[in-house]
Design a protein around this ligand. Structure first.
Ligand code: NAP
Length: 289
């Protein structure tokens, strides 16, 4: 697809959005790819307060005055019923982070799972040679769903561990009935915890400004051979990453996932390969400030 002659309008729906890196990444990428467009923030309060704004924005997409939207907290799940079609991944994950429009019909997609998987491979190439593929996912919200989907699809045995066991069990039941079995256990009751080779934090615990908090209990040893992936990228080294590294684990933050899920959304909207280095650079430069 050639760059459009009219301004390409893209954006992000969420609340609050003050620290979002998405406009920086997407605007730099649009410029580099020669698209005369802009990517902006659309702060929409949680429902029911934000309902009218949400419907207005989707209405603008349907008439073609916005070409693409990303969706983040707190709307990733409640927007499922507002779109006309779902990609197969978004359907199973049960959360949308990217919306496209064609002939007035909205399609909800999810690029978080593939963004996570690509960056996991990039950060930990040695993980591929691990014979024991046992993963623990901390948290059971929208991003846990994307991570569990990605891991299960690539042969990992996944345990979901969340502070509300019923939320983890619900996720496990939904995934299992869709043919993607995962289990749900509290961390301390998790079988084979010591054999776990991958820990993924999908909770916001440790995110700015609560940077001294960690979702890993202080008195619990890390599995020795595990890799740790923290979806948080602000700060760039979380308290969890710090303690895992002190225990000898390799650890990565979620900046690469953020860049990759953005690049994948760009490709869905524009039909062109994304300038990946620009996405990564824009995110890294801003976080380093
Ligand atoms: P979410 O849907 O709200 O889910 C968060 C999960 O964490 C829920 O299970 C929640 O449990 C749990 N949780 C929240 N506070 C907790 C606490 N104090 N102790 C223990 N568990 C707690 O959020 P999300 O969309 O999955 O996002 C979660 C994190 O991932 C955020 O930091 C977000 O920035 C990050 N993220 C990063 C990327 C990336 O590209 N790097 C992409 C997506 C998300 P309750 O329901 O009980 O609160």
């Amino acid at each position: 697809m050639n760059p459009p002659s009219e301004t390409f309008r893209l954006g992000l729906i969420g609340w609050p959005l003050a620290h979002s890196l998405s406009p920086l990444m997407h605007n730099a990428a649009l410029k580099a790819a020669g698209f005369p467009g802009e990517y902006r923030l659309y702060p929409v309060p949680p429902l029911p307060e934000g309902e009218a704004s949400l419907l207005d924005l989707l209405g603008e997409m349907k008439i073609g005055s916005i070409q693409g939207l990303n969706v983040t907290i707190p709307h990733k799940q409640n927007i499922l019923n507002q779109v006309d079609l779902l990609s197969p991944a978004a359907k199973i994950i049960g959360a949308i982070n990217t919306i496209t429009v064609q002939n007035g019909l909205l399609t909800g997609d999810n690029t978080d799972w593939l963004g996570f998987l690509s960056d996991l491979d990039y950060q930990f190439p040695d993980l591929n040679s691990e014979k024991s593929r046992l993963a623990v996912v901390l948290g059971a919200g929208g991003s846990a769903r994307a991570v569990a989907y990605a891991l299960q699809l690539t042969g990992w045995q996944v345990n979901i561990s969340a502070r509300r066991l019923e939320q983890a069990q619900q996720l496990a039941a939904e995934f299992s009935s869709a043919g993607h079995p995962v289990s749900a256990w509290p961390l301390l009751q998790c079988a084979k915890l010591s054999e776990t080779t991958l820990i993924v934090n999908t909770t916001p615990v440790g995110m700015f400004p609560y940077t001294t908090s960690s979702p890993w209990p202080v008195d619990l040893h890390f599995p020795k051979q595990a890799f740790l992936y923290d979806l948080i990228y602000n700060p760039i080294e979380t308290a969890l990453m710090k303690s895992a590294r002190s225990a000898g684990l390799l650890a990565a933050n979620g900046l690469g996932m953020l860049a990759e899920q953005g690049a994948l959304a760009f490709e869905i909207w524009t039909g062109q390969p994304a300038p990946r280095e620009i996405f990564r650079q824009a995110a890294v430069e801003r976080t380093a400030l």
